[in-house]
Design a protein around this ligand. Structure first.
Ligand code: NAD
Length: 483
């Protein structure tokens, strides 16, 4: 079976920051893949717009080099690359000045979808929005795409939302969180709302607790200075992990449409209890064979966390009494992202205490090796009486779906095409982002007020010892971090 390609309408897409790292690494390679998949209409064009004083030809050379670097050899066909580059154009533009805007206005075609990707720092969002409006480049149907980070606290997120709202309706604003574009993350919704099997059990009567882990093996390396300004809470929890939490915990929306889905996610965020200090563990990787976090960050006294574990409570009927444990960190044992739904013990073991009753655990692996496993209890084979063992009902999506999964667009490809289609389901709404910051802010302010110092942990470990204690205190344990 070949992955289905849904055609999109003709468009002009402008990438502000078109010469930047994100554009070269992600945006143009993604567009190339969609072009090869046949999803770009015959007349559709993409403009790079940045301060560089170059023309179309130089820009095409730059993007050809980016494709050489960031598109796997097997996917790069010289004829396709040439045809794709023919769709690219460049306008030298200054976001904060007047240079280039008249030219951009003049080069846009009437009657096609116009989308503007703000792949620049957030300090330029206001200037771009204002000039798109002033030069009548944006139409009432135009879309703007903005990258993370969307603010660093509630006040700055509100200010950014207000800046965009001055010129664009919320229905025109696409806040990217690439996690939401991942195949497996969307599968969470299919799993929950496309099956009868799980939903009746998806509540505190049957679920003991949930674990969400996003573990990385890399450190902050070259982006230490940027990261040190953010930390795991701002960089991962407030956005990506919050989105995973919402998809796992939300009520079934009435329809799979943007506002129905986002309304339900918002309700989850608003139902989160404030966290107490004992429900938070912060860590920093120590020096090992390689430099430690503080050296990577370039600040020997840094108090920024490269690891965080949280015990979260959702105060609503579905989840009261079922904690959600969440952890993420750098330089951990393995690279693995997964969600584990740990069901309660059977109410009574008819086989006696020695039989070894196991809990059912539904594990959804987001990466690597995407798939899901349901641990079920069966009898240990053999004559040794009724001894119970836990065996996995295991589905690796790549085995089950084969080439179709491989051909599925990656997160950026899907999300950019969703922008052209005008589908906001997988993008964060302004109120969602603000609600997430409203929950996060007091936690971060608490650390700052207490001068909280993260606990050191060994590179290649499971994080600080206190993270284990967070669950041990409740008679629970983290699942092993393994790929
Ligand atoms: P970058 O510094 O590599 O590129 C910035 C781009 O903006 C360049 O093309 C530059 O010419 C352009 N630019 C800067 N000032 C300008 C001005 N006054 N007028 C016109 N153009 C101007 O940055 P990046 O890494 O590509 O990141 C872009 C945005 O995406 C940032 O907001 C960043 O936080 C976000 N982001 C980046 C990544 C990543 O992997 N690089 C990941 C997630 C989010």
């Amino acid at each position: 079976m070949v992955a289905r390609v849904i055609p999109v309408e003709d468009f002009d897409l402008v990438i502000f920051g078109g010469t930047g790292d994100l554009a070269r690494r992600k945006i143009f390679p993604s567009l190339y893949h969609r072009f090869v998949a046949g999803q770009m209409p015959p007349e559709a064009r993409v403009f790079g717009a940045a301060r560089a004083d170059i023309g179309d030809a130089d820009f095409r050379t730059m993007i050809r080099e980016a494709l050489d670097e960031f598109v796997p050899d097997a996917d790069r066909d010289p004829e396709q690359v040439k045809a794709f580059l023919g769709r690219l154009h460049f306008v030298t533009i200054d976001a904060t000045g007047e240079n280039g805007w008249a030219e951009l206005a003049q080069r846009m075609r009437p009657g096609v979808i116009r989308a503007f990707y703000f792949s620049v720092g957030p300090s330029l969002f206001g200037a771009l929005a204002e000039r798109l409006h002033k030069h009548k480049i944006a139409t009432p149907d135009s879309r703007i795409v903005v990258e993370k980070p969307f603010g660093r606290d509630l006040a700055s997120a509100k200010a950014l939302n207000a800046t965009l709202a001055a010129h664009f309706a919320e229905s025109q604003v696409y806040r990217i969180d690439h996690y939401l574009g991942k195949e497996t993350v969307q599968n969470l919704m299919a799993l929950r709302f496309g099956n009868m099997l799980f939903e009746p059990l998806w509540n505190s009567h049957y679920v003991d607790h949930i674990q969400i882990t996003v573990a990385e093996t890399v450190g902050v390396g070259g982006r230490g200075a940027y990261y040190d300004n953010a930390g795991a809470m701002r960089d991962m929890v407030q956005n990506h992990m919050m989105q995973l939490l919402c998809l796992i915990a939300m009520e079934p929306p009435a329809r799979f449409d943007p506002d129905a889905v986002r309304d339900e996610k918002l309700k989850v965020i608003r139902a989160l209890d404030p966290l107490e200090p004992h429900e938070i563990v912060r860590g920093q990787y120590a020096a090992g064979d390689e430099p430690g976090y503080r050296e990577d960050a370039g600040d020997p006294k840094s108090r920024t966390e490269s690891f965080i574990a949280l015990k979260i409570h959702i105060s609503n009927w579905r989840w009261a009494g079922t904690p959600i444990y969440l952890r993420t960190g750098k330089k951990l044992k393995s690279r693995a992202s997964e969600i584990a739904v740990v069901f309660k013990d059977a109410p009574h073991s008819i086989f006696g205490d020695d039989a070894g009753q196991h809990r059912n655990i539904l594990t959804i692996r987001l990466q690597p090796n995407e798939g899901m496993t349901l641990g079920v209890t069966i009898k240990e084979p053999g004559p040794g009486g009724m001894r119970l063992i836990d065996v996995p009902l295991d589905m690796t999506f790549a085995d089950a779906l084969g080439p179709e999964l491989e051909e599925a667009p990656d997160a950026y490809e899907r999300l950019i095409m969703d922008v052209i289609r005008g589908n906001q389901t997988l993008f964060m709404r302004g109120d969602e982002v603000e609600a997430a910051w409203a929950w996060t802010d007091p936690i971060i302010e608490g650390w700052e007020a207490r001068h909280d110092v993260p606990k050191p942990y060994d590179p290649g470990s499971n994080g600080p010892e206190d993270s284990m204690m967070l669950l041990h205190r409740d008679g629970r344990r983290w699942r092993e971090i393994k790929p």
